[in-house]
Design a protein around this ligand. Structure first.
Ligand SMILES: NC(=O)c1ccc[n+]([C@@H]2O[C@H](COP(=O)([O-])OP(=O)(O)OC[C@H]3O[C@@H](n4cnc5c(N)ncnc54)[C@H](OP(=O)(O)O)[C@@H]3O)[C@@H](O)[C@H]2O)c1
Length: 390
């Protein structure tokens, strides 16, 4: 019997994949690598009771190289083993040096554990479609370390017959909007919902490639099954919307429709749709407001806007360019944003409604102050850093 070892099993993609794989194949057993006992307990709790016995949680901080052999020794059994490596630090704001251990070293340790299991193991390395293993230009340390890890895996662990599975920005599931962690596009949604900012930096016509979690997990599960059944090996799968991706302006409009309904239902004004401006326009406006001695509220508004834009800095790179890999080896085209974005938005607004409402009220009352500081506005703490997304 084939067994699967999944890292990042408690994460957004990993946790969805676990329930999908277990539900599909009643014989399958999954070793779920979790960094902490708390994550493992949460994962077990999220499963229907009959499926829990087929999930074997193993606690391992993948950066702990010394534990590799001990973990490999726990992959008991004789059949082939498929490793699916979902664990990563997905921060867009950390440097490549900071991300080396969680993204590169961790990948190599996982490969080593698979090899030491002596069970004709294979690996699916999950990555981002905004980079590729031979890329040399990166938007951030995240992309750089994901590409480096992929190269290292293919160079040093070819015996594991690696496949790279790359996806674009993952949102909640298309059927109900659910997802267990909120990074990627969600911090941007927070800023839009709470601050209703006058503008964000981006290019309205450039496609924003987003894909729903259930479609991504389906494609990954299908590929995993094909590998374990022994047919169809390809060294890469790219799960992106590609030419079907909607322009950023359209995605923003879909999000704003839901934000507007939410704000009205809470008695919060929705002042205007957010404009999309270029960096040059943004810099010009910023300078102009300072130079023209504009009324206090406008200068204040601009200062706040600049602060928000700093928070969104990591995003601008993705909102200005449609540079993403085209779909490859997927079984179905990705759904259109218009079919899942409203559901995704409603799930998220429902889940964080109280937090968003109180953030918006705090922001509105701080705007009335003559000299609001960023602390009073909450922009230092909430939504704060795009990493503060959970
Ligand atoms: N989400 C996206 O939009 C997106 C887009 C493209 C590609 N991807 C790729 O998809 C994969 C899954 O992403 P995700 O969105 O599911 O990320 P996620 O929700 O942040 O989950 C990452 C998981 O990795 C675990 N992890 C991180 N460092 C670890 C370590 N040192 N040891 C053990 N476990 C560790 C985390 O453990 P804890 O539970 O302890 O935090 C978490 O469960 C990643 O490889 C990512 O690069 C994601």
């Amino acid at each position: 019997m084939t067994q699967i070892v999944l890292t990042g099993a408690g994460g957004a993609l990993g946790s969805h994949l676990v329930s999908k794989l277990l539900a599909h194949d009643p014989q399958l057993e999954i070793y779920a690598i979790c960094r902490s006992a708390a994550t493992a307990a949460g994962l077990l709790d999220s499963l229907p009771t009959p499926n829990r016995a087929r999930l074997v949680p193993l606690i391992w901080d993948l950066c702990d190289s010394a534990a590799t052999s001990a973990v490999a020794g726990q992959f008991i059994g004789s059949g082939p083993l498929l490793g699916i490596h979902c664990a990563a630090d997905v921060s867009w704001r950390k440097s490549a040096a900071e991300l080396y251990a969680p993204n590169v070293l961790a990948s190599l340790n996982f490969c080593e554990a698979l090899r030491q299991s002596n069970r004709s193991a294979r690996i699916i390395y999950v990555s981002t479609a905004f980079t590729r293993r031979d890329a040399t230009d990166f938007k951030n340390g995240y992309e750089e370390t994901k590409a480096l890890a992929e190269r290292e895996v293919f160079t040093h662990y070819s015996d594991l017959m690696p496949t790279t599975f790359s996806c674009s920005l993952v949102t909640g599931a298309g059927n109900d909007g659910a997802i267990s962690r909120f990074h990627g596009i969600y911090p941007l949604l927070k800023v839009l919902s709470i601050y209703n900012p006058p503008a964000v930096i981006g290019d309205p016509r450039k496609a924003l490639d987003i894909v729903p979690l259930d479609w991504v997990a389906d494609e990954l599960a299908t590929h995993a099954r094909a590998l374990t059944a022994g047919f169809g090996y390809s060294d890469e799968v790219v799960a992106t919307a590609g030419p079907a991706a909607a322009p950023f302006k359209e995605v923003l409009g879909l999000a704003e429709n839901e934000i507007e309904a939410f704000r009205r239902s809470r008695g919060l004004a929705f002042v205007r749709p957010t404009s999309i401006v270029s960096r040059r326009q943004f810099a010009f406006l910023n300078r102009a407001v300072k130079t023209w001695d504009t009324p206090g509220s406008m200068t204040r508004g601009m200062r706040i806007w600049s602060r928000l834009q700093l928070l969104l800095d990591g995003y601008a790179n993705y909102l200005e360019s449609s540079q993403v890999r085209p779909p490859k080896n997927v079984t179905r085209p990705a759904p259109l944003a218009v079919s899942f974005m409203p559901v995704v938005m409603r799930y998220w607004l429902n889940r964080f409604g109280r937090e968003i409402e109180s953030g918006a009220r705090r922001y509105i009352s701080a705007l009335d102050d003559r000299e609001p500081n960023s602390k009073a506005l909450g922009v230092d703490t909430f939504p704060g850093d795009p990493e503060d997304a959970r």
